[in-house]
Ligand binder design. Structure first.
Ligand SMILES: [Zn+2]
Length: 596
């Protein structure tokens, strides 16, 4: 163990030819060296672990080599190359700006810049994570970067190009390093495994490469971990267990179960995953990625975008044939919604389960969720119109208590067939004027509380018949205010476009939990109340289904608008003044005053 060197160091490329996955870039650098036209400053950008520092070192070694090969590689034999390999070369200086970002470190470096190299032509200064330099350090450095001595070459490396000041960017030749492809990483790891006498399964290397997310250094260090864990025989099963990677097998199974509409199977798969200690959000993210792969695999041309072996690609392509693109879009959307709301949800498992069911339903009904609300919303207006005619007849002869209770809400629903007309009327008249008018006609104000509960009773009576979704089951699960609020917003978001205005009005409302499965909705004024009435039935159906509680009912409270003097228009103020003192009219006449 005393001679153990981590693979990332042991197999660090020693020349351009060994650099993995950056062929275009290394070729450009070699061409620059060959032509002898070297810039004084280079900026190497790219994610971590893709070979920026390694390339900088190889570059420094090659430009100082006394007899480079025809392919523009360092010879490895000359004095300069040997000094390099033994780590005693004074022609290369490295500064890690992440830990030495002060002005003192930069000054020390600038002093070094002035001294010409003993061997070779150039002195190379590599500043890693250059975006971390403090602003004073940056300023001190800028002068040197503008007028460097002929023998100095700067290589600035950064993972965050956008943080580099334009003054620096404009002085550097920029090289963008790519994330490495899974295939190149796998090929390299295979070579390392062979050299280390480790047997590996290709699928395991693929998992390691994916986990490394395009960085070779990370890939090699993960490889080392797995190798020591598995005692020289890296298998797929061990790798996913050690790396806590969710087996792609699960996702293939989930989609299979969606195709079969096997909801119990889906619940069991989720349970299995959770039992293995995986986070449900991790699963949802993985499922979204899998669905995305299926989407990509459904087209021959984009199939190459899947970062996996050919055998795996084929498998994706086969499963992609079993679902359609529309379902995939929708399922990905559902997963991403779930992911977004995951942190807020207090019953995370339920959220994921509902998402899985919704995904399964999306396959059978195409545009299921949106379609459901759209078709469900239309009848509301019909119902309202029907109510209008039936209400007039039943006013004369109320037969049962239920009908009586129903009349009141219906009368209020009657108005919205042209919901646009209301707000404009209110806008011109001002809320303080508009509201009392409609109010006084509809109902005495002191009865508002009684009426709200009557409303609730009436609607509840209508809806106590089981909806299609809950299919006769009596459910009464409890939930928190957060889950309620989440489902409320989710319902509003699912409303079709023509109800966007209604939805945005209602989004400000925070539904509360009342006694006996009541959901308390506090409505801020008559208009909001009308908005609410438009979606009331659908909202209740939705909440009953999603909160697994068939006993839910709404209790709507209409809060009276405060008559604040600020809300009065000039005309209203004038009316008020006249009421208080009719003599004001004479004054107005006398001085020929006008209202503006
Ligand atoms: Zn050499």
């Amino acid at each position: 163990m005393e001679n153990y060197i981590v693979s990332a160091r042991k197999y660090r490329p020693a020349n351009f030819g060994q650099v993995v996955g950056q062929n275009f870039l290394t070729q450009t650098l070699k061409n620059a060296i060959q032509s002898g036209k070297l810039a004084h400053a280079f900026l190497f950008c790219g994610p971590r672990g893709v070979g920026k520092t390694t390339c900088a070192r190889i570059f420094a070694k090659t430009i100082n080599c006394l007899s480079p090969t025809d392919a523009m590689e360092a010879c490895g034999q000359c004095e300069s190359c040997r000094a390099f390999d033994e780590g005693r070369s004074f022609t290369i200086h490295e500064l890690d700006a992440a830990s030495n970002n002060g002005v003192d470190e930069i000054r020390a470096l600038i002093e070094q810049v002035q001294v010409p190299p003993q061997i070779g032509k150039y002195k190379v200064f590599i500043i890693d994570e250059v975006h971390m330099l403090s602003s004073s350090a940056f300023n001190a450095f800028l002068k040197t970067l503008e007028e460097p001595p002929a023998h100095a070459i700067f290589i600035l490396a950064t993972t965050e190009k956008h943080k580099i000041l334009p003054t620096i960017l404009s002085r550097c030749q920029t090289y963008d390093f790519k994330r490495m492809e899974v295939e190149s990483i796998v090929a390299h790891l295979r070579g390392v495994a062979k050299a280390e006498n480790i047997t590996v399964e290709d699928q395991a290397l693929s998992v390691i490469a994916q986990k490394a997310d395009g960085g070779m250094r990370d890939a090699l260090s993960i490889f080392d971990q797995v190798a020591s864990f598995s005692g020289g025989n890296i298998t797929y099963a061990q790798t996913i267990a050690h790396l806590n990677v969710l087996d792609s097998e699960y996702f293939f199974r989930v989609v299979e179960q969606v195709v079969e509409q096997n909801i119990p199977g889906l619940m069991l798969t989720l349970n299995d995953i959770l039992q293995r200690g995986f986070d449900a959000q991790h699963f949802v993210g993985g499922l979204a990625a899998h669905l995305r792969s299926l989407l990509v695999a459904s087209n021959e041309q984009t199939l190459m975008l899947i970062e996996a072996s050919d055998a795996e690609r084929k498998r994706y392509a086969e499963q992609a044939k079993r679902v359609n693109a529309k379902f995939l879009y929708q399922a990905i959307k559902l997963c991403s919604d779930c992911d977004l709301n995951y942190r807020m949800s207090s019953n995370k498992r339920l959220l994921v389960e509902i998402t899985l069911i919704e995904v399964a339903q999306a396959l059978t009904s195409g545009d299921a969720a949106a379609q459901k609300v759209r078709t469900a919303l239309r009848p509301i207006f019909k119902r309202a119109v029907q109510a209008q005619s039936s209400a007039t007849s039943s006013v004369a002869k109320p037969t049962t208590a239920t009908v009586q209770a129903n009349q009141l809400p219906q009368q209020r629903v009657i108005q919205p067939p042209t919901p646009i007309a209301k707000p404009t009327a209110e806008k011109t008249g001002g809320p303080a004027m508009g509201v009392p008018h409609t109010f006084s006609l509809k109902r005495p104000q002191n009865q508002s509380a009684a009426m709200s509960s009557a409303t609730t009773m009436g609607n509840y009576a209508q809806l106590s018949a089981p909806t299609a979704e809950v299919a006769g089951m009596e459910l009464a699960e409890s939930f928190t205010k957060e889950v309620l609020g989440y489902n409320w917003r989710r319902f509003l978001n699912s409303l079709p476009k023509e109800h966007t205005a209604t939805a945005s009005r209602l989004k400000n409302i925070i539904p509360e939990i009342g006694d006996n499965h009541a959901i308390i909705i506090n409505l801020d004024g008559e208009y909001v109340s009308q908005c609410f009435e438009q979606i009331r039935h659908e909202a209740l159906d939705y909440l009953k289904l999603n909160l697994k509680n068939t006993k839910l009912h709404f209790v709507a409270n209409i809060l009276e608008l405060k008559k604040s003097p600020l809300a009065l228009t000039q005309r209203e103020q004038w009316a008020l003044l006249l009421k208080k003192n009719p003599m004001a009219a004479e004054l107005k006449e006398m001085f020929k005053l006008e209202l503006v």
